[in-house]
Write a protein of this length. Structure first.
Lengths: 225, 201
């Protein structure tokens, strides 16, 4: 219990750090520096894109760009800068998925999505898939969380996703850690990461040992303004 | 409180202040574990000491700042749905756990991290205010409705990268390539009861 309380505190503290950003004075400071959300939630909940948001997005995209364009921009079967919320909704209805619109409709969150519907990481189902729409109302990024108690499932999913993105988009710019099952299983918080950066596309894959299971997180995002 | 503990409290305060100003100061580490927090007896593979005694206050400042940086990147990218909408409630006082102002939040965070990983129970933070490390963090999550997926994403995409990029050793394990992320940081944040105490509250 003591350890649990402590652990709660650590994450709680980290979460609290984020929460600080919602304190009015901090929030105003962020807004002045170009963070999205203006005088509302800095995460943008309930707020549409504003000029300051667009500037911040451009600055972030510029900082993340690689030197060349991606050969293709894989995004779990969806099309960055093209797929709309209506498309996602139709997809969800067709497959009887539970999805909710968040943040003023700028994000669609779907839970318990079968792996076959978000291909790229083998058959591993997604605990959650977040579709983020850009200012144009078209798909800006997809993020997923896939969890499994077996290290082999997540390690192979990470490898499959890495191979898929590399084959279609190009080589990664950064990797850290190893997704070899024997290494990933050695202890909690062991992690393998690979990042791709192009002029028009960014992808980040992480396989993490969370102590009570293994998690694959994916992010596929457009960098097109 | 012992003289040694007072001394360390002052040291921690000065280091946090230095961390905020970007100065680089190497902390002095006491020979024996000072703190009483759960991490006080959890030993890092690289040193055989707890995390606070191994890395010192500067590293804790660095991790804290990196967490802020990672979250800010998420915010700037306008892509923080994965962290949930609970943050929008902070500062509102609804739920009650969200009532603290920014300065108090930051001081409490610093105090808790130092305490949790084997440092002193109390610190005087950079703002000159004294903060108590042992805190009821479970209560801080009541009403926030954090989901399991949000929690997993936060740990894997915010916390772990913050630890690694702040210099916490994450080798393959063993004397020649120690893994402190796993041996002395992870046990505190990956306890099963820990997650249960946060998610769905």
């Amino acid at each position: 219990m003591r350890r649990a309380t402590l652990a709660s505190g650590v994450i709680g503290a980290a979460v609290a750090a984020v929460a600080i950003l919602h304190v009015p004075a901090v929030h105003r400071s962020l807004a002045a520096r170009g963070a999205p959300g203006g005088a509302a939630c800095p995460f943008g909940y309930g707020a549409g894109a504003r000029p300051v948001d667009l500037e911040a997005r451009r600055a972030r995209a510029a900082a993340l760009r690689g030197p060349t364009a991606a050969r293709a921009r894989p995004a779990l079967g969806f099309t960055l800068d093209a797929t709309t919320a209506a498309d996602v909704t139709a997809w969800a209805v067709a497959h009887d998925l539970r999805c909710d619109r968040r943040r003023g409709g700028m994000v669609v969150e779907c839970t318990q999505v079968p792996g076959a519907l978000v291909p790229g990481a083998g058959a591993l189902a997604a605990t959650a898939v977040w579709f983020e729409l850009g200012p144009s109302g078209r798909l800006a990024s997809i993020k997923t969380v896939r969890r499994d108690p077996a290290v082999a499932a997540v390690a192979s999913a990470f490898t499959a996703a890495e191979h898929a993105v590399t084959a279609r988009a190009g080589a990664p710019v950064r990797r850290d850690g190893s997704a070899a099952p024997e290494l990933l299983a050695r202890g909690a918080l062991r992690q393998a990461m690979v990042e791709y950066r192009f002029t028009d596309y960014r992808a980040v894959l992480r396989a993490t040992n969370l102590g009570d299971g293994f998690v694959l997180t994916e992010e596929y995002a457009t960098l097109v303004e | 409180m012992s003289i040694s503990r007072h001394r360390t409290t002052a040291l921690v305060a000065s280091l946090f202040a230095a961390g905020c100003s970007g100065d680089d100061i190497s902390p002095t580490v006491d020979a024996a574990p000072l703190g009483s927090g759960p991490g006080a007896t959890v030993k890092c593979e690289s040193s055989g000491k707890n995390a606070f005694d191994t890395y010192g206050a500067n590293a804790f400042v660095a991790v804290n700042k990196k967490i802020f940086a990672n979250v800010t990147t998420e915010i700037t990218g306008h892509s923080t749905t994965n962290l949930g909408d609970s943050f929008a409630k902070v500062g509102s006082g609804t739920p009650a756990s969200t009532a603290d102002d920014a300065a108090k939040f930051e001081g409490k965070l610093a105090a808790f991290l130092v305490y949790a990983y084997g440092g002193p129970n109390d610190i005087t933070y950079a703002d000159g205010v004294s903060y108590h490390g042992p805190q009821d963090m479970v209560a801080a999550h009541v009403g926030l409705a954090i989901t399991s997926a949000q929690y997993d994403y936060f740990i894997s995409s915010i916390v772990v990268p913050a630890l690694i990029s702040s210099g916490v050793m994450h080798g393959t394990g063993g004397a020649t390539s120690p893994d402190d992320v796993t041996t002395c940081f992870a046990p505190i944040v990956t306890d099963a009861a820990f997650k249960a105490s946060i998610v769905g509250k």
